[in-house]
Design a protein around this ligand. Structure first.
Ligand code: GP9
Ligand code: MN
Length: 684
C-alpha cells in the first residue's frame, strides 16, 4: 500500500515538475506524429460519420496513437523516424481504406471482409467512378508532412543534439503510461450500451462515431481473429442460446387463405438489382418509371412495406436471407466465408417436393462466390456467364444487358422444363447497377418537368410552347430512374417471352428489389423539394417544404416484393412491415411447405411485425427505431407508443441477429438439429 502511494506521489511530482518547453523541443518528430494521425482520424470522421469534433473519439484516437507511438523510444533517435513512419503508414492506410469502403458500403472495413472487398474491386468501373474520390488521397498529407519535418530536423542536426540527452527508457514508460491513462479516462465515459456494441462489433458506424477509427479497427482485428477461433470456443453458449431461442419462439403454423394455393406450380424468382420502391411511385410528365412493375403490383400481391435486410454482402446477403430466412452474418459475408454451412432453404424445400432448382446470372460464377453459394443453397444448376453469349454490343454496365439476359435464358428454361418438369428458377438481373451511367443504352426517358405555356408570337398570335424545368435531369437519382425504366422494360420483354413459350401458364412469379440503390440523400431532397419556378429547392420556411431527414431516407430504402400469376387477379396490397427474412415462411406456406428454422414470419398471418436490420435498427408499422442514437420516429400517427414494447422489440431484434449469427458461425442447424426439442414446426 505504502509503495503504491509512493509511486502515485512520484507521478504527481513528475507531472508538476514536467518541463513542457523542453519536452516540445526534444520531441518534435513525435509531436508531429501525434498531430498527423489525430487529424487523419478526425478527417475520416468528417468524411463519414461527421462527428469530427466530438471529444470521446478524439481521446480514444489519441490514446492509441500514444500507445503505439511510445515504442519509438525503444529505438535510438536516428532510427525513430523509420518506426514512426511505419506506424503512420498503417494508420493512413486504415483511413484510406475506410474512406473508400464507406463510399461504397456506408460502413467501415473489416479484416474479415478482405475477401469480400476484393470481390468489390471486380465491380471495376463502378468502383472507379463511384467510389474512388479525391478525398481518399487527402490522408497522404500526413506521411508527406512527416518527411518534410524529418528533413528539416536532420538539416538542423536535431538528432545529434537530442539523441545524447534523451532518456529513452523514461520517455517510453512516460508515454506508455500517458496513453494508458488517456484510454482509461476515455473508457470511464463509455456507457454500457457502447460497451455492449463494442463487444458485438457489427454496428460499425456507431463504433467509429463513439470510439474513433483506430480503436474500431483494433477491436475489429481482435474480433476477426476471434471469428477464426470462435468455432473452437463459445460453441456451447451459442448452442444453448439457439435451443432457448427456438423453445421460446416456437414456429406455430396457422393456415390462412394462402396456404397451399401455389402447390405444385413453377416458381420464377426475379432478383431485381437495386430496384427500390421510389421508382415504382414515380412518374415524369405522366409517364411511369416502371409501368411493367406497376401493372404486376396492381394485379398481384404487393408487399408495399418491404425491406431488404442486406449488409455488406449486398446482393449475396439478399440471396441468402431470401433463401434461408436468416439475417446476414455480422462480420464478413455468408457467400464468401460461411457458404459451406448447412441452411434450411427455399430451394431445398422445393427440391424435396420434386422441383428442379435453377439459377441464372450473367456475371462470372465466382462473383460473390456464387458457384459455391448457389450449390450450398440447394440449386441443382447455376447458369452463369459462360452459359451466355456476351459481346461488346450486348453488354451494359457490369455485363450482359438484362434484355439480352432474358432473351438468352428463356430457351434454356424452356428446355429444363420440358426435360425435367416443375422448377424453381432464380433470375438475377444486372443492368440496373450503380453507377447508372449508361444513359444512351437505357434509351430515352425524360426526368424533367415539362410545362405548356401560352405566349404570343411576333405576329401577336397566341401560341402554346412547351418549356422544360430540369428537375431530376443531371442528378444521380435522375439517371437511376432512366436505368430502372430500362430494367422495367426488360421485365416487360421477359414476360412476353415467357408467355410465348407457355412458361407463365402454371407459374408463380416473385419479384423483389435486392437492396436500395445507395443514392445520395441530397437527390431525394431535391425530388421532394424542387421548385420549378426557380429551379431551386424550397426554403425551410416555405409551406411546401418537406423535411427530408434521416428517417425519410431510411424509409425510402423500401424495395418492392410482388407475387404474381397470370391467371389470378389478386389486387392485394399487404402493408405490414416486412423484411427479406419473412419471405421464406410466407412463400413456403403458399407452396404448402413448412419451415423449421425461419427467423421471419408468415406475413399473411400478421398485422404488425418487427423487421430487424443488420445494423441494429428495426421497423414496425408504427415506428422506425434508430439503434445508433437510441431514438425513433413515429410513422403511424395513430399508434400508441409504449416503452415496454420498444424494449421488447429491441430485445427480439438483438436476439434474432445473435441467433442468426450463431447459426451461421457454428453451423448450428447441422450440429444442433438433434438436440432441439421438437417444436410446433413439426406438428401439423
Ligand atoms: C454482381 C451483382 C451485383 O454479380 O449481383 O452485386 P452487388 O454489387 O449489388 O452486391
Ligand atoms: Mn445487388
Amino acid at each position: 500500500m505504502g509503495k503504491i502511494k509512493e509511486k502515485l506521489g512520484n507521478i504527481k511530482n513528475s507531472i508538476k515538475n514536467f518541463n513542457y518547453k523542453e519536452y516540445a523541443n526534444t520531441n518534435r518528430l513525435f509531436i508531429t506524429f501525434i498531430i498527423v494521425n489525430l487529424i487523419n482520424a478526425m478527417l475520416l470522421r468528417f468524411f463519414t460519420v461527421k462527428n469530427y469534433f466530438a471529444i470521446k473519439p478524439v481521446m480514444a484516437d489519441l490514446a492509441i496513437i500514444l500507445l503505439f507511438g511510445s515504442f519509438v523510444y525503444l529505438f535510438k533517435a536516428k532510427k525513430q523516424f523509420r518506426y514512426l513512419m511505419v506506424i503512420t503508414f498503417i494508420f493512413t492506410l486504415i483511413c484510406i481504406i475506410n474512406s473508400l469502403y464507406y463510399t461504397y458500403y456506408m460502413s467501415f472495413a473489416s479484416f474479415s471482409l478482405i475477401a469480400v472487398s476484393l470481390t468489390v474491386v471486380d465491380v471495376g468501373d463502378a468502383v472507379i467512378q463511384n467510389v474512388l474520390q479525391l478525398k481518399d488521397f487527402i490522408f497522404l498529407w500526413g506521411l508527406i508532412a512527416m518527411f518534410i519535418v524529418n528533413h528539416f530536423l536532420k538539416k538542423r542536426k536535431y538528432y545529434d543534439i537530442v539523441g545524447p540527452k534523451e532518456n529513452r527508457k523514461k520517455r517510453f514508460t512516460g508515454t506508455l503510461i500517458t496513453g494508458v491513462a488517456v484510454y482509461a479516462l476515455f473508457f470511464m465515459t463509455v456507457t454500457s450500451l457502447e460497451f455492449s456494441r463494442l463487444s458485438k462489433q457489427w454496428n460499425r458506424e456507431f463504433l467509429v462515431t463513439k470510439f474513433g477509427v483506430y480503436t474500431y479497427q483494433l477491436n475489429d482485428l481482435f474480433k476477426s481473429l476471434d471469428a477464426k477461433f470462435n468455432t473452437l470456443f463459445g460453441y456451447d453458449k451459442a448452442a444453448k442460446e439457439f435451443r432457448e431461442y427456438y423453445e421460446k419462439n416456437q414456429i406455430v403454423y396457422k393456415d390462412n387463405d394462402y396456404t397451399g394455393i401455389f402447390k405444385g406450380k413453377n416458381l420464377i424468382v426475379i432478383h431485381g438489382e437495386s430496384i427500390q420502391n421510389t421508382a415504382l411511385k414515380q412518374s415524369f410528365n405522366g409517364v411511369e418509371v416502371t409501368p411493367t412493375l406497376n401493372k404486376l403490383k396492381n394485379e398481384g400481391i404487393y408487399f408495399s412495406n418491404f425491406y431488404a435486410q442486406a449488409s455488406s454482402g449486398t446482393s449475396s446477403d439478399t440471396e441468402f436471407s431470401f433463401s434461408s430466412s436468416l439475417l446476414p452474418v455480422t462480420n464478413g459475408s455468408v457467400a464468401v466465408s460461411y457458404w459451406n454451412r448447412e441452411y434450411e432453404t427455399m430451394q431445398k424445400l422445393l427440391k424435396s417436393d420434386g422441383y428442379n432448382t435453377l439459377s441464372f446470372h450473367a456475371n462470372t460464377g465466382d462473383f460473390w462466390n456464387r458457384n459455391n453459394l448457389h450449390n450450398s443453397l440447394g440449386y441443382n444448376t447455376f447458369y452463369s456467364k459462360n452459359s451466355f453469349e456476351v459481346n461488346e454490343e450486348n453488354t451494359m454496365g457490369l455485363g450482359l444487358s438484362d434484355k439480352e439476359f432474358f432473351k438468352q435464358l428463356t430457351p434454356i428454361l424452356k428446355k429444363e422444363y420440358d426435360e425435367k418438369g416443375k422448377f424453381m428458377a432464380t433470375l438475377i438481373m444486372l443492368s440496373n447497377h450503380t453507377p447508372f451511367d449508361e444513359l444512351e443504352k437505357y434509351g430515352p426517358f425524360d426526368v424533367d418537368i415539362k410545362e405548356e405555356v401560352k405566349t404570343t408570337d411576333e405576329n401577336g398570335n397566341e401560341v402554346v410552347k412547351t418549356i422544360s424545368h430540369p428537375y431530376m435531369e443531371g442528378t444521380k437519382l435522375g439517371n437511376y430512374f432512366k436505368s430502372v425504366h430500362y430494367a422495367d422494360s426488360a421485365l416487360g420483354e421477359l414476360f412476353d417471352r415467357l408467355d410465348k413459350e407457355g412458361l407463365l401458364d402454371n407459374t408463380v412469379v416473385l419479384i423483389y428489389g435486392d437492396h436500395d440503390a445507395k443514392l445520395p440523400k441530397g437527390d431525394f431532397n431535391k425530388l421532394n423539394n424542387y421548385n420549378k419556378e426557380t429551379d431551386e429547392l424550397y426554403s425551410e420556411d416555405d409551406e411546401r417544404y418537406v423535411d427530408y431527414d434521416y428517417y425519410s431516407y431510411e424509409l425510402d430504402r423500401a424495395v418492392p416484393l410482388i407475387i404474381w400469376t397470370k391467371d389470378k387477379q389478386f389486387n392485394v396490397d399487404k402493408t405490414t412491415a416486412m423484411g427479406m427474412i419473412d419471405v421464406l415462411p410466407t412463400v413456403s406456406n403458399m407452396f404448402g411447405l413448412k419451415t423449421k428454422y425461419s427467423l421471419g414470419n408468415d406475413i399473411m398471418n400478421l398485422d404488425n411485425n418487427v423487421v430487424p436490420f443488420p445494423n441494429g435498427n428495426w421497423l414496425t408499422n408504427d415506428i422506425y427505431y434508430n439503434s445508433q442514437k437510441d431514438e425513433y420516429k413515429v410513422i403511424n400517427p395513430n399508434a400508441v407508443i409504449d416503452s415496454d414494447e420498444i424494449d421488447k422489440n429491441n430485445e427480439l431484434s438483438t436476439e434474432k441477429l445473435q441467433v442468426s449469427n450463431d447459426i451461421i458461425l457454428y453451423d448450428l442447424i447441422k450440429n444442433e438439429d438433434k438436440n432441439l426439442k421438437k417444436s410446433e414446426g413439426e406438428k401439423k
